[in-house]
Design a protein. Structure first.
Length: 332
């Protein structure tokens, strides 16, 4: 059973979680909601035009029983307007009222008002819009919290990572993180590994250099990040700066860095910037036929997760399963 399969069993131990899917008029989203409801994995809430959703369901022989539909044009908007007026101080009331008509803004408002346990969006919204709504409405857990994103990656080849499973970070949020930010991303992703995926984190701070094979500003930034992590959590298994092959292939690790604590068995890959992270996850997804769940977010005050606009139904289901289990991960 894979780490992703385990999420289903964990979700069953967290019954009746209310999860909002903000793009209810998307067929992929609708199919995912119907599947999750049919398996009693979550109480699903769809946001969108009620008539359009019902027509789409009927056309595709989908049953909407036990799925709640919130139509922004039919609800009483007063409490959401009042909430957003307090939450976002620099907008006038007319702009706030327009926000409430937006599916994503309404979903985030409902989440903050404890009308749901999590939100998943991004099948149609751009990732930038999802992150912006998260930062403006849901907000970071504290003023000092770094919000970051990660992907859960499952390969068919079980020889890599944790039986083929990896966490990749940060692939969608922090453009060019500093040493301090890279350290925070590494620590945060390690907590995800432990709390959600029940695995021992083995972290590689990736670089074009392995242990000083190239010395320049970029490699030194990674080296400093390692030092910061070690001062905060001495017992964490982590190496850097390190090249990808040395991080995940034992034979290469033996040649390039025989003393590495990873020994070529990294299961968390921390990329030096968002470009490399985004390219990296798409390479394994497309060329190695890996399952990629995300971008999943950490650091918001409540669980909010993103999707790729190219996502499949299975991707949405898996993102919801992670969102359900984020209740056990107090960093979200």
């Amino acid at each position: 059973m894979t780490k992703i399969d385990n999420l289903i069993e964990k979700a069953k131990r967290n019954p009746n979680k209310k999860i909002i899917l903000a793009e209810g008029e998307d067929l992929r989203v609708l199919k995912a909601a119907c599947f999750l409801t049919s398996k009693d994995l979550a109480d699903m809430i769809l946001i969108g035009n009620k008539d359009n959703i019902e027509v789409l369901a009927k056309k595709n022989n989908l049953t909407l029983n036990d799925i709640k539909i919130i139509d922004p044009n039919l609800i009483n908007q007063i409490k959401y307007v009042e909430f957003l007026k307090k939450r976002i101080s620099n907008l006038d009331e007319l702009s706030i009222k327009e926000m409430v008509k937006d599916n994503l803004s309404l979903a985030c408002s409902m989440l903050c008002l404890n009308e749901a346990d999590g939100v998943v969006a991004g099948a149609q919204y751009k990732s930038a819009a999802v992150m912006k709504a998260g930062l403006k409405i849901v907000k970071p857990k504290t003023k000092d919290t770094l919000v970051s994103s990660f992907f859960a990656i499952q390969l068919d080849n079980k020889n890599f990572g944790d039986d083929g499973f990896f966490l990749f970070a940060d692939c969608g949020m922090n453009l060019s993180p500093s040493s301090e930010e890279l350290a925070e991303i590494a620590l945060s992703t390690a907590e995800v590994a432990i709390n959600i995926f029940d695995m021992e984190p083995k972290i590689a701070l990736l670089s074009h250099s392995t242990y000083g094979s190239a010395i320049n500003e970029k490699s030194l930034k990674i080296k400093k990040a390692l030092e910061i992590v070690k001062t905060k959590k001495k017992d964490l298994i982590i190496a850097g700066e390190i090249q990808l092959d040395a991080a995940i292939v034992p034979e290469v690790s033996f040649i390039k860095c025989p003393d590495s604590p990873l020994q070529g068995k990294a299961n968390i890959l921390i990329f030096p910037d968002v470009d490399s992270g985004n390219i990296g996850y798409k390479l394994v997804e497309r060329l190695a036929n890996a399952k990629a769940i995300g971008p999943l977010c950490r650091g918001f005050s409540k669980p909010l997760n993103d999707l790729s606009r190219s996502c499949h139904v299975e991707d949405i289901i898996n993102a919801v399963l992670v969102t359900i289990n984020q209740g056990e991960d107090n960093g979200f």
